[in-house]
Write a protein of this length. Structure first.
Length: 219
């Protein structure tokens, strides 16, 4: 049995994170600064186990309910994009419905997903927008990945993220979102404010699970 330490290191801001909660599977730690809740590396799934969990998902490209869910990110982003923008759907999964929805509105959308659409060359390009729907909660090294995505945005570009947010410890105890073993990084509202300050970004908190951040026009 792995010993549960009292403290861990936040994978987002690197501040100290104290024990927050434990369930039958693993412990969770919350950062004292950005309030990110994370699962330490000793309790992460292997790549093969992670892929097996993803393969169980059954979201279909044309499923109305799934499209309605994704519209919570797509609609506010579309309202802010210039016509015929070029974007990247990062972590799109096996059925890239969000990319399809954005393409239907006249935008160009490339795909990159570690398991289903591995196109790492797209991370060496520049984009008008980048989307990551239900992705950041899976990241073992969120700062590394998010800094990389931010660097791929053109000046004035938009980063659109969808992920459910931590509110408080009492709600977390019974939160269904932590039951997915591939979820290891849980963002709070303060986590996104921390990122916005780091990047000098314009931050918009939209609803309970959508965040848009705009890159400055000039450095």
């Amino acid at each position: 049995m792995i010993e549960t330490p009292a403290y861990s290191r936040c994978p987002l801001c690197q501040a100290s994170a104290a024990w927050f909660h434990s369930d039958a599977r693993r412990p969770y730690y919350q950062c004292s600064d950005c309030l990110l809740v994370h699962v330490p590396a000793a309790w992460h799934l292997s790549p093969a186990e992670e892929r097996a969990e993803y393969d169980r998902h059954e979201n279909q490209l044309d499923e109305a309910g799934y499209r309605g869910f994704l519209s919570r990110l797509a609609d506010p982003l579309l309202a802010r994009l210039q016509p015929a923008s070029q974007g990247l759907d990062f972590g799109c999964g096996p059925g890239p419905a969000l990319a399809a929805m954005l393409r239907e509105q006249g935008h160009e959308v490339a795909l990159h997903d570690l398991y289903y659409y591995p196109n790492p060359q797209h991370l060496a390009q520049q984009w008008d927008f980048i989307t990551a729907s239900e992705v950041v909660e899976h990241l073992a090294r969120p700062l590394l990945v998010l800094d990389q995505l931010w660097g791929c945005l053109r000046p004035g570009g938009w980063l659109g993220l969808m992920t459910k947010r931590v509110t408080d410890q009492q709600a977390f105890v019974n939160w269904h979102y932590k039951s997915d073993p591939t979820h290891i990084s849980y963002f709070s509202e303060r986590s996104f404010h921390w990122l916005a300050q780091r990047w000098d970004a314009h931050l918009e908190i939209i609803g309970a699970d959508v965040v848009l951040m705009r890159k400055p026009e000039t450095a």
